[in-house]
Design a protein around this ligand. Structure first.
Ligand code: FAD
Ligand code: NAD
Length: 466
């Protein structure tokens, strides 16, 4: 039986990063993945393909709605749906090929099959035709998550689908109802509404992207409504039906008024659950919490000392970059290094247009916990850069401690918010004050100046630039 220093189960951003860092540190490493390609949800059916389709559909929407004003005349404009999806698949393939290269470059052994513990110290890898047993000094579980559903909603993958099936559709849908106005819901709604699909979002909460500062969701709602998305808040879905060539969805509002809708597809986006099926955890002392997440300590060590777990399977923010940080943390912990991840300084990004990005505390959290704060808020409509590019929707809001100037939270909806949030993460991680943030030089004209103005305003000064 072959013995490794580190065995990583699952090859998503948690697993592949843990494997690469382990190998870099000199450990004999194996990575086990049950699918043909490496990269997990993020690379194959998550972050990467959605961003490819979001970019394609954004170009189309710009050509449709803005080019004329820029003085660019086009002939007829149409979507080549199969070509758009083919490009998406090509982007995914380039990323999975990049991972293949990194595995061989770092001399990581790759096994294809489902890994299951048969005891705390042995795993069995079951492939299509054979199975083998291996041992390791340390195990890192990175098996990710799968889409959740709700009572009465059976995901049949034909008409009642998840984001995974939506990323492989063969035909351009005419209509789609999306259950859930969270991150997946609004990104999927953007892709399809931009290319002409009639999209309805049914959301249980009273605003979109409910996990973020509420002003972001409210502002996003206005933009998406302008784009033609039918957004129905305070709705609870209780049943779906596949009618063959379409699907029906049944829902009720807060007053119990019942309604139904029919569409080509119903896309279920009501959250994701940790995935531990087939892992054989019952043969180990590894414990789960009441949501089915693997219980870990701050070093992502499970209840068994040499078994670690990272990424979606341990819960918290289900984000690729959080999984990656945890992968590095575990490899370096095994190596005796001491690091820490600040969970509250992990940024969240939604890739609609304008993009939405956030780090730190929301206003609702600060209010609820009686924490004092000053607000600095600056609109993109007052930015020269945003006016030049016709991207004037949105704002940057910074929340600052009134006494010390510590940056408590930064919330942006606006052009390139996904990239702008990085500087706010630095400010928080290194406890830089709002004054420090506005005294540094920002290139002009850039979207980043919106943040400079917001820091100025949160510090009691007026805006100084446009
Ligand atoms: P995963 O990426 O889920 O990988 C787990 C892997 O383990 C899978 O390949 C699985 O096949 C394998 N596996 C499971 N069990 C076994 C077993 N027993 N044996 C062998 N292999 C096994 N996050 C972002 O930060 N940015 C985004 O833009 C973003 N967009 C997203 C869009 C969509 C549509 C979705 C669904 C998710 C998105 N996410 C995004 C979330 C992101 O994909 C996840 O947070 C991330 O993939 C989690 O990484 P992971 O390594 O924990 O697990
Ligand atoms: P989510 O938790 O973001 O949103 C689910 C939404 O469904 C919630 O707003 C909830 O109120 C609503 N809902 C629940 N039950 C309902 C019902 N019966 N009727 C109507 N609405 C209902 O989950 P998601 O959008 O499925 O995303 C899953 C995970 O994937 C998230 O944790 C997210 O972090 C990750 N993800 C991240 C990105 C990104 O970083 N850009 C993109 C996609 C997915």
């Amino acid at each position: 039986m072959e013995n490794f220093d580190v065995a990583v189960i699952g090859s998503g951003p948690g697993g592949y990063v843990a494997a690469i860092r382990s190998a870099q540190l000199g450990y004999k490493t194996v990575i086990i993945e049950k699918y043909d390609t490496l990269g997990g949800t993020c690379t194959n059916v998550g972050c990467i393909p959605t961003k490819a389709l979001l970019d394609s559909s954004h170009h189309y929407a710009e050509a449709f709605h803005q080019f004329e004003e820029h003085g660019i005349k086009l002939g007829s404009l149409e979507i080549d749906f199969p070509r758009m999806y083919k490009r998406k698949s090509e982007v995914v393939s380039k990323n999975t090929a990049g991972l293949d290269y990194l595995m061989s470059k770092n001399k990581i052994t790759r096994l294809k099959g489902t890994a299951g513990f048969i005891s705390d110290s042995v795993i069995k890898v079951t492939g299509n035709h054979e199975s083998i047993e291996i041992t390791a000094e340390n195990y890192i579980i990175a098996t990710g998550s799968k889409p959740s559903s709700i009572p009465g909603v059976l995901i049949d993958k034909q008409r009642i689908i998840t984001s995974t099936e939506a990323l492989s559709l063969k035909e351009h849908p005419k209509s789609m109802v999306i259950i859930g106005g969270g991150v997946i819901g609004v990104e999927m709604a953007s892709i399809f509404s931009r290319i002409g699909t009639q999209v309805t979002i049914l959301e249980y909460a009273d605003h979109l992207i409910a996990g973020m500062d509420h002003e972001l969701g409210k502002s996003l709602q206005k933009v998406m409504k302008k784009e033609g998305v039918d957004i129905r808040l305070n709705q609870s879905v209780y049943k779906t039906e596949n009618s063959g060539s379409s699907a029906k969805v049944f829902f009720r509002d807060k007053n119990n008024t019942e309604s139904e809708l029919e569409a080509d597809y119903v896309l279920v986006a009501v959250g994701r659950s940790p995935y531990t099926k087939g892992l054989g955890l019952e043969n180990t002392g590894v414990e789960l919490d009441n949501r089915g997440c693997i219980k870990v300590d701050e070093n992502r060590r499970t209840s068994i000392a040499n078994i670690y777990a990272v990424g979606d399977v341990v819960g918290g923010a289900m984000l690729a970059h959080k999984a990656e940080e945890e992968g590095v943390l575990v490899a370096e912990t095994i190596n005796g290094q001491k690091h820490q991840i600040h969970d509250d300084r992990i940024p969240s990004v939604v890739y609609t247009w304008p993009e939405v990005a956030s780090v730190g505390f929301s206003e609702e959290y600060l209010k609820k916990n009686n924490i004092e704060y000053n607000v600095g808020k600056f609109p993109f409509s007052a930015s020269a850069r945003a006016r030049a590019s016709m991207d004037t929707d949105g704002f940057a809001k910074v929340l600052v401690d009134p006494k010390y100037g510590e940056v408590l939270g930064v919330h942006i909806i606006g052009a390139r918010a996904a990239d702008l949030i990085a500087q706010a993460v630095i400010a928080q991680e290194f406890e830089v004050t709002a004054e420090d943030m506005f005294r540094i030089s920002y290139a002009h004209p850039t979207y980043s100046e919106v943040l400079k103005e917001a820091y100025l305003m949160a510090s009691g000064q007026g805006a100084i630039n446009i």
